[in-house]
Ligand binder design. Structure first.
Ligand code: NAD
Ligand code: LMR
Length: 325
């Protein structure tokens, strides 16, 4: 009998989780032969709604769902898990930047980092989703020195997926024909969606589109997509965010396709001159349950300038939360 993988999910009664938990329980992260146990965390007032989430999980009769724990005790949720998905945090509303959430959300990640440090496995795989995701992951890492820092990551796969679709629409191609997209930097408007190394059906992407489209249309469309969804929907992206978390974890767990890479915000190893330890989005390949940063690319001068600007924003955010790290 295969032991179930244990997955902690915070903010489990919220919007993103309502699109995400059922897909995890159906086997979309670990595959069709791996049972899962969900350890779901919420704040006390949301435990009633969380119970309804569990009722629906039960009513799906997922063959791979071993068990579900609902709790408002972070120690219970994070104890011994193989993966921890940190979704629970305030979302932004219209007119806000994600960094406006730092004051409220940063504290959550300082507290949960300490708890993870106390009860988590040292090799737990962490994906931070709550915004501002990169800096929240940085805070979590600083408060959890017993956890392998390489395993503390933040979500930029949603931006990566958005970039794939924009390029597919522009070039009239299918998503599966596009390889080697990159999102550099922060999950914010300074992020750098970069098609320099991308290919479309084997052809270099830059040869298929105008440079002015890539710089003045593609980059801002992807970087501001979160705000566009908020304007259209009245609340922030949920289904696409849930999908991206599953993609992020499934790539990490099961590996990336040969000849392709994905974007993950991970602790910088100093590549591209980015300060070591900052949670910075880079292209990575994954295999054997681990990731490798693609560190030998030569970004164009224009991209390098934007990459530094995104690093600067992360350094500023880090200074803002100095009391939490
Ligand atoms: P939501 O408000 O619907 O749900 C958040 C849930 O978190 C709520 O149920 C709330 O009770 C819970 N929560 C709050 N504090 C908590 C704590 N300390 N412990 C456990 N649970 C807690 O929000 P949502 O739409 O699910 O979004 C969640 C976060 O994800 C937001 O910060 C949002 O900005 C962010 N987000 C990130 C990305 C990304 O790509 N990185 C994409 C979309 C949304
Ligand atoms: C997104 O990119 O959709 C999320 O980060 C939510 C937001 O605030 O934009």
């Amino acid at each position: 009998m295969t032991q179930p993988k244990r997955i902690a999910v915070t903010g489990a009664a919220g919007q993103i989780c309502y699109s995400m938990l059922y897909r995890i329980a159906a086997g979309e992260i670990y595959g069709p032969n791996q049972p899962v146990r969900l350890q779901l965390l919420e704040i006390t007032p949301a435990l009633g709604v969380l119970e309804a989430v569990k009722m629906e999980l039960d009513d799906c009769a997922f063959p791979l769902l071993d068990s579900v724990v609902c709790t408002d005790d972070a120690k219970v949720a994070l104890e011994g898990v193989d993966a921890a998905l940190f979704v629970g945090a305030k979302p932004r509303g219209p007119g806000m930047e994600r960094s406006d959430l730092i004051a409220d959300n940063g504290k959550i990640f300082s507290i949960l980092g300490k708890t993870l440090n106390e009860v988590g496995s040292s090799d737990v795989k962490v994906c931070v989703v709550g915004n501002p995701a990169n800096t929240n992951a940085y805070i979590l890492k600083a408060n959890a020195p017993a956890i392998n820092p390489r395993n503390i990551t933040a979500l930029t796969r949603l931006d990566h997926n958005r970039a794939l679709t924009q390029l597919a629409h522009k070039t009239g191609s299918r998503i599966d024909q596009i390889k080697k997209m990159i999102i550099w930097g922060n999950h914010s408007t300074t992020q750098v969606p970069d098609i320099t190394f991308a290919t479309v059906d084997g052809k270099d992407a830059p040869s298929l589109v105008d440079e002015s489209w890539a710089m003045n249309d593609f980059i801002p469309t992807v970087a501001k997509r979160g705000a566009a969804v908020i304007d259209a929907r009245g609340s922030s992206s949920a289904a696409s965010a849930a999908n991206a978390v599953i993609d992020h974890m499934a790539s990490w767990e099961k590996g990336t396709d040969a000849g392709d890479w994905v974007s993950m915000a991970v602790p910088s190893d100093g590549s591209y001159g980015i300060e070591e330890g900052l949670i910075y989005s880079v292209p990575v390949t994954c295999s054997n349950g681990d990731y490798t940063i693609i560190s030998d690319l030569k970004p164009t001068d224009a991209m390098r300038e934007k990459m530094k600007a995104s690093e600067k924003e992360l350094l500023d955010e880090k200074n803002t939360v100095a009391d939490l790290i």
